[in-house]
Design a protein around this ligand. Structure first.
Ligand code: ZN
Length: 665
């Protein structure tokens, strides 16, 4: 867990323009910033960021949130991951607080594995360089493959003796825990004896981003049909295969500098290319790429070039996972190494410059490459060709980030040319796939009893007269032209809108002056004595938290709630915050009159929102009383109920007078 102090430090440094601006090109427009929404495709900007309120909102797709929420949504991070991202960006040192016993235990195992791995690496490297068998078998094999000593040392390669338990014995003699030794995958238990798992193999340490060793790959030297060519560390507290790309530690800076990441299959490919001076290269270990691995790449660059040496079938299998790369917004290019060579042998054969030139000249775009292969496969078969069209359309539909909109259009044009189909129809097909995915995501997001969706209130200027419904309640919601297309807004009940307005008034104006002696918050809590004025318990919870903080001497603002650690509170506050609307300067010029802002009329707003709540309660009491009246009663009871009715009606009248609305009934 990240400590509260760290969180406070992060929050105090958050700059939403800076955060959003690192993903979206923003332009200043009045007191807000606007840009193209990163969450849906659009040609003209409807995505707005308010530096004063520290929120963003898209008037096209309805997405809204605070700075942390933006990182979570855009980078698909958890709350804690987003905090870490921000801490890193604003140079805040992350301080961990007490953690759960399970997590502590987990960290302890991870630590022990680190220590064991570091010990094992030194041991195996020493055997490779200084032991007779190590030199004769291991080192001579590596030299024969063309590896020079400096690169062998840079990658910390090693050798494990053929004899049964040399490493296990040394480790035990050095007091390493047998259970963790097995967990590390370095030894195995056979007939009650610990044996070395990587006997007679070259050892490739696998490093994490900070250079610590998290596991090993072990390659066989002698030909043996029964044994696998490579053995890897089993999944444990440190080694999570799906999150690892071999070589990232050594490649990071080169990838960053060249703004491109080369991806190869094997460990030796990475090392050979390094030796040849091509350092922006990592290896997947031959499996198809996972989302975590793609994100790892994306940390450094948007340009991923995959270098294949496989046959057509292998290439096709590898292509399968690559739609994910498009979703991540990566530009994926492919290169096939010719003549049954692999990157390792090819760079040795042709040399660094020719290798670089070959890659640059033969890079093919992923989608077009996929299309080429699929079309060759279909060769004139109409059904197969239809399947190809669908497949390519689906791939293109995954390029869904706004900044990639032009890229998507380009693909549609190029592919419809290659497929010789009509562009307009193909666009429709791509859009169909986008729609399907969006609606799938929406159903996933709409959990039951979740009513913190985007609120329609507060998005429109305060220039129109309020409108009232037949019950005398102000009709909330923006005029038709500002309404979101999203139907979910209709799900928010009018009653709840009323409650939201009250909370909003408190959060925004609570600390302002009321009458010289008191502040808004004092008046507010004198008036709002009944908790049952609120139906929505979450909103009530915000009010109560506000009161508790205020009573404790704090000065709560909307910011405290906006960045509340409870995500349900923060998201409901985002949705009720008034997004500052820019009145067009034309409008001001044309009518040449001051326009009242909510800021100017907050006293009325506080009074009227509270009165509406009270009025609603009285109406409910009247209704209840009337139902009672319909039941058989003694005349005394009848009298009582009638008096109550009269009393409630008078209260209603009084409030309505204050509210300034007359209902004729
Ligand atoms: Zn949007």
């Amino acid at each position: 867990m990240i400590s509260q102090e760290t969180i406070q430090q992060i929050l105090s440094r958050i700059d939403i323009i800076d955060i959003v601006g690192s993903f979206v090109k923003l332009k200043k427009r009045g007191s807000n910033y606007i840009g193209l929404c990163p969450f849906h495709n659009e040609k003209s900007p409807s995505f707005s960021v308010s530096p004063s309120k520290e929120i963003y909102k898209c008037f096209g797709c309805g997405k809204s949130g605070n700075g942390i929420g933006f990182i979570m949504e855009h980078e698909k991070y958890t709350y804690v991951e987003a905090l870490r991202w921000l801490a890193n960006r604003y140079n805040v040192e992350v301080e961990e607080t007490e953690t759960s016993p399970e997590y502590k235990a987990h960290l302890q195992v991870a630590d022990s594995l680190h220590v064991i791995n570091a010990f094992a690496q030194k041991y195996f490297a020493d055997i490779l360089m200084n032991n007779e068998e190590g030199q004769d078998i291991g080192l001579s094999y590596l030299k024969q493959r063309g590896f020079r000593e400096e690169v062998i040392q840079k990658f910390q390669l090693g050798y494990c003796l053929e004899r049964g338990n040399a490493f296990a014995k040394t480790a035990i003699a050095n007091q390493y825990n047998p259970e963790y030794l097995q967990k590390s995958g370095l030894v195995v238990l056979r007939n009650d004896e610990l044996l070395d798992n990587y006997r007679g193999r070259i050892i490739f340490p696998v490093h994490n981003n900070t250079g610590k060793i998290i596991g090993f790959g072990a390659r066989i030297i002698k030909k043996n049909d029964k044994a696998p060519k490579y053995i890897n560390t089993p999944e444990n507290e440190l080694y999570l295969k799906s999150k690892i790309l071999y070589g990232t530690y050594f490649a990071r800076q080169a990838i960053d500098k060249q703004d491109e990441c080369l991806l190869v299959e094997g460990y030796t490919d990475v090392i050979s290319l390094h030796q040849a001076g091509i350092e922006n290269v990592v290896a997947s270990g031959g499996t198809s790429l996972t989302q975590d691995q793609l994100r790892l790449v994306k940390k450094y660059t948007n340009n991923l070039t995959i270098i294949y040496d496989g046959d057509a079938a292998g290439v096709k299998a590898a292509l399968r996972g690559l739609d994910m790369a498009l979703e991540e917004g990566l530009n994926v290019k492919l290169v096939l190494i010719p003549d049954k060579e692999d990157p390792d042998s090819y760079v040795n054969k042709v040399g660094t410059t020719a290798f670089r030139d070959f890659i640059a000249a033969n890079k093919k775009d992923f989608i077009l490459f996929q299309l080429e292969i699929a079309l060759k496969d279909a060769s004139g078969d109409t059904t197969k060709k239809a399947a190809v069209v669908n497949q390519v359309a689906e791939s293109i539909s995954k390029i869904n980030k706004a900044e990639d909109f032009t890229k998507q259009q380009d693909y549609i044009r190029q592919c419809s040319e290659i497929l010789r189909i009509e562009e307009h129809g193909f666009t429709t097909l791509v859009n169909k796939f986008i729609r399907e995915r969006v609606s799938k995501q929406e159903t996933k997001q709409q959990g039951p009893a979740q009513n913190s969706g985007p609120a329609p209130d507060g998005d429109f200027p305060f220039f129109s007269e309020p409108m009232y419904d037949e019950n005398g309640f102000e009709i909330q919601g923006p005029p038709q032209q500002f309404r979101q297309q999203d139907d979910t807004i209709n799900l928010i009940l009018k009653d709840e809108l009323q409650e939201r307005s009250v909370v909003r008034a408190l959060l925004e104006f609570g600390l302002k002056e009321w009458d010289g002696k008191r502040r808004v918050v004092d008046y507010f809590f004198e008036e709002m004595v009944d908790d049952d004025l609120f139906d929505n318990k979450q909103l009530l919870h915000i009010i109560q938290t506000y009161k508790a903080w205020y009573d404790a001497g704090l000065e709560p603002t909307s910011k405290n709630f906006l960045y509340h650690e409870d995500q349900s509170i923060s998201s409901i506050v985002v949705s009720i915050m008034d997004f500052p609307y820019e009145l067009s300067s034309k409008w001001k010029e044309e009518y040449d009159m001051p326009v009242a802002s909510r800021e100017d009329v907050y006293v009325q707003e506080v009074i009227s929102t509270l009165n509406y709540l009270k009025l609603r309660k009285i109406k409910r009491l009247i209704e209840q009383n009337q139902k009672d009246l319909e039941q058989p009663h003694t005349s005394d009871e009848q009298m009582m109920l009638l008096q109550t009715h009269m009393h409630l009606k008078q209260l209603e009248k009084d409030i309505l007078k204050k509210v300034g609305t007359v209902i004729l009934k």
